[in-house]
Design a protein around this ligand. Structure first.
Ligand code: GTP
Ligand code: MG
Length: 442
């Protein structure tokens, strides 16, 4: 998501930067292109209009135009206004005064409520809370099973009643159960319909009355574009939402929903879903998304993810090696394993500024990773520390040992040398410390 928009905005800013001094006309030309890029990304026209007006007004002031770096000032303004459009400060989950806090997930059919309920519960569990999942989708036995399976998988308790039970009973019993389990959060999955209808809204309103939630979260599929915005407005008018969760942000939609929904509905985005897996879920940070869109890369998210799976001691040692450009193939291998732990590579690479171009493509998939791992493991410690001793006969031996072709070994070594060159040039030092693992063969 956002690649095309990012590309287009990048082009506009490069055009501005090449100019030095900027006139009012330069700014208007640039903003016209920004406007087009946003509209093509399916951003709501009211949002686009407000946004460009704010950027224009701030850009045309004398301070910006007379500064030494007007283009950079304008990029800064665009960044700030983008953040404002996305809601400004991040908005966190609000607990109630007395536990258990209750969050109800609502939304149309197939938007990802059940998956998101499990994601949210797991997220809370990881931050030290004790969640209880509740299946208030009583119409379909399959819906109850789906939640029960997810709960079991992640060792999170699930409360459900036989199909056909009333919402009122389910809610009351679920609260009793939560108290008995000393749960701190109750996450309620509800039934979705294809369209917004009276019966659904009435049922949700009843669940809300019964449970007095501190959070009523609308789950919306970011792939549905402007429809998502309209749906949010309707749900908000009926249920007074406290937050939004945008799912399927990993899809290839143009991103218009994500950029419009907060500004139009005035409801903060609290989380985003970025994949089918239960850990593909993040708190939403307006500033991070803005910098991702502006092509600055989402450093913070990356660093956080990396830290989760990275040992501090190891990091320090690696940093020293990068500084002194003395990284060897053993380090390369441990980097590789660490990167593997961090999740899908493509997702991580997208977050890094300039990396996709720099890396010149990454190995796609586990297979490729396994191959590199096998090659390095077939080397002697000496070879790993000093790959320059690998000659023809060593290469053949390593190839036999790892079941690859000698060319594969050349490719890996070339890639490794290229990485070392980058390090010597000091480029790697500017990147997060655990990136080197990504610089290996395609
Ligand atoms: N790619 C991707 N798929 C997602 C995401 N969230 C949910 N899905 C998928 O969307 C589909 C529907 O998800 P559910 O959680 O069953 O949706 P629901 O809203 O509970 O559906 P109903 O109960 O039928 O209303 C599933 O195939 C999920 O794997 C996401 O963030 N990214
Ligand atoms: Mg469901």
């Amino acid at each position: 998501m956002f690649e095309i928009l990012s590309d287009k905005l990048g082009k506009v800013f490069r055009g501005l930067s090449s100019k030095g001094r900027l006139s009012e006309k330069d700014i208007d030309d640039a903003l016209r292109q920004v406007r087009l890029a946003l509209l093509e990304a399916d951003v709501n026209f009211r949002v686009v209009k407000d946004f460009t007006a704010r950027v224009r007004e701030r850009s045309l002031c004398a301070e910006v135009l007379d500064s030494l770096t007007p283009a950079q000032q304008i990029i800064k303004i665009v960044n700030e206004e983008l953040i404002a459009t996305l809601g400004g400060e991040p908005s966190h989950l609000a607990p109630s005064a007395r536990p258990p806090s209750v969050a109800i997930l609502v939304g149309l059919q197939g938007c990802g409520k059940t998956t998101t309920a499990a994601k949210l519960a797991l997220h809370l569990k990881h931050s030290g809370q004790h969640p209880l999942l509740v299946a208030a989708d009583n119409r379909r036995p399959a819906a109850i099973d789906q939640l029960a399976t997810l709960g079991k998988q992640f060792d999170i308790p699930v409360y459900s009643e036989a199909p056909g039970a009333t919402s009122k009973d389910t809610c009351a019993h679920a609260l009793t159960k939560a108290k008995r389990l000393a749960a701190t959060w109750v996450i309620v999955d509800t039934a979705g319909r294809l369209h917004i209808d009276e019966a659904m809204m009435e049922q949700l309103a009843q669940v809300k009355r019964e449970l007095k939630p501190s959070e009523v979260l609308l789950v919306v599929d970011a792939m549905t574009g402007q429809d998502a915005v309209r749906i949010a407005e309707e749900f908000h008018s009926r249920l007074s939402l406290t937050g939004l969760i945008l799912t399927k942000m990993d899809g290839d939609a143009r991103g218009g929903a994500a950029l419009s929904i907060r500004w139009v509905s005035q409801v903060p985005i609290k989380f985003i879903g970025i994949g089918e897996r239960v850990d593909a879920f993040e708190p939403f940070y307006p500033d991070r998304l803005a910098s991702r869109i502006l092509g600055m890369g989402d450093m913070l998210t990356f660093i956080e993810k990396a830290e989760e799976s990275f040992d501090e001691q190891q990091a320090k040692e690696l940093e020293r090696k990068v500084r002194t450009a003395s990284l060897n193939l053993d380090d390369f291998l441990s980097q590789l394993r660490m990167v593997k732990k961090m999740g899908p590579l493509g997702q991580l690479v997208e977050m890094l500024p300039g990396l996709p171009q720099l890396a010149g493509g990454l190995p796609d998939g586990e297979e490729q990773l396994k191959k590199v791992e096998a090659i390095i493991l077939s080397m002697t410690p000496e070879e790993r520390h000093n790959p320059s001793i690998i000659d023809g006969s060593r290469r053949r031996r390593i190839a036999r040992g790892s079941g690859v072709k000698p060319q594969d070994i050349n490719q890996l070594l070339n890639q490794f040398r290229q990485m070392q060159r980058l390090m010597k040039m000091g480029i790697m030092g500017k990147l997060p410390k655990n990136l080197m693992g990504m610089f290996y063969s395609r």
